[in-house]
Design a protein around this ligand. Structure first.
Ligand SMILES: NC(=O)c1ccc[n+]([C@@H]2O[C@H](COP(=O)([O-])OP(=O)(O)OC[C@H]3O[C@@H](n4cnc5c(N)ncnc54)[C@H](O)[C@@H]3O)[C@@H](O)[C@H]2O)c1
Ligand SMILES: [Zn+2]
Length: 367
């Protein structure tokens, strides 16, 4: 079992990586969560796949009650928050409750927001069960829900007491969902970890096969990378913006297609290809390094096709992103392998050229 300390002020917490059967031995839930009744918040699917391991891992008899939610992205809403809060009242959760939120990013974001706001905040433990949740959403304290006007527009920064991560829980994850998480891993490698990038070049196939040794090498590395960035910038005023690599176009694609075409990681995959092209055009990267990025992404297989829409419309969507400041879109651009630059402005004409070129990249992707 490995422990990564996430040093966010004022209360650092451990991210524990290893088999669920070992959680109980370390009395982790009580050591970090404290005393009080434990309520689990999960989704039907995550609980069906991982519930038994979680119950055993936390200790039989530890869980007072379990509340299940629908974890489709469109249910990531204030209505769901209200329903969950009322469910918690119904099952008798008081201020001393410990909320164990077990599932993918949707469950984590909604459940984390419920923990932040229910009775003005109760203790929170994350058990991430998707690859996206294990390498990304369970770290950093961002919680929230969507509005019809956009994604994650309501939320709070709220840190858990503990994260319990068992990579064996990924075994039941649909192949497409797993691959979606691998795009986030590639993102970490490009923006800050050249050695991880090299490792992925050698071991991408093993990672896609969910080889346990490969997962054990990669997941903690991504967690450390995110923790390092987040700790220095809990509220996203500086370095945290780097984590947005590939997400500027990614988010616009998700919005433009009403979240129906791309999984998050797939949209980020397109976004990473776009910034690789942009970095060559802006002379920020050598053609050789950009080639390595494109080749690694190509090995991920084909992506859902880009939506057929006028370039001007996608450009408008980019400008509407909540991370655009003062009307300008701030891009994160690779500045080599393992290095990225934030706050880069992309001239409209250059974006249009990249947008036109992208589909041919995917043709290369699907070979
Ligand atoms: N808070 C953050 O910092 C942050 C970071 C990244 C993403 N997110 C959010 O996370 C969400 C996406 O999360 P996701 O990619 O984990 O998807 P998800 O939560 O939608 O889960 C994907 C699917 O996998 C199922 N599932 C979960 N665990 C499973 C398991 N072990 N076996 C089988 N099926 C399982 C779920 O029921 C769901 O159908 C988005 O809403 C995104 O905004 C938040
Ligand atoms: Zn992401």
């Amino acid at each position: 079992m490995g422990v990564i300390h996430i040093g966010v002020p004022p209360a650092p917490y451990p991210f524990v990586f290893g088999p669920a059967c070992e959680w109980k031995r370390g009395r982790l839930l009580r050591r970090y969560g404290g005393s009080g009744p434990v309520f689990v918040l999960s989704s039907r699917r995550a609980w069906r796949s991982c519930g038994r391991a979680i119950v055993r891992g936390l200790g039989t008899g530890e869980i007072r009650d379990t509340v299940l939610l629908d974890d489709r992205e469109r249910q990531k809403s204030l209505a769901t928050v209200e329903k969950l809060a009322r469910d918690l009242v119904r099952v008798g959760a008081g201020r001393d409750a410990i909320l164990v939120v077990a599932g993918g990013g949707v469950v984590g974001d909604v459940g984390g927001f419920v923990a932040a706001t229910y009775l003005r905040g109760v203790r929170l433990v994350h058990i991430p069960t998707t690859l996206v949740a294990q390498v990304d959403s369970s770290i950093g304290g961002k919680t929230g829900v969507n509005l019809p006007e956009g994604k994650n527009l309501i939320g709070a920064f709220y840190q858990p007491r503990l994260v319990l991560c068992d990579p064996a829980m990924l075994r039941t994850l649909p192949r497409r969902e797993f691959r979606s998480g691998v795009f986030e891993i590639i993102k970490y490698a490009i923006l800050g970890d050249a050695r991880l990038f090299k490792y992925l070049e050698r071991n991408l196939d093993a990672l896609l096969r969910r080889n346990p040794q490969t997962l054990a090498a990669v997941i903690p590395r991504c967690v450390r990378a995110k923790a390092e960035i987040v700790v220095g910038d809990e509220r996203e005023s500086g370095q945290r913006e780097l984590l947005n690599l590939g997400h500027t176009l990614g988010h616009a694609l998700e919005t433009a297609t009403s979240y129906k075409v791309f999984l998050h990681g797939e949209a980020v995959g397109w976004g990473l290809l776009a910034v690789a092209l942009a970095s060559i055009a802006l002379d920020k990267i050598t053609v050789a390094d950009a080639g390595r990025i494109v080749r690694l992404l190509a090995r991920m297989g084909s992506l859902p096709a880009l939506p057929a829409m006028p370039t001007a419309r996608i450009w408008r969507m980019l400008r509407a992103d909540k991370k655009a400041r003062g009307g300008g879109v701030r891009w994160v651009i690779p500045a080599g392998i393992g290095r990225a630059e934030k706050g880069v402005r992309l001239p409209e004409r250059l974006f249009f050229r990249i947008w036109a070129e992208l589909p041919t990249m995917c043709a290369r992707c699907s070979q």
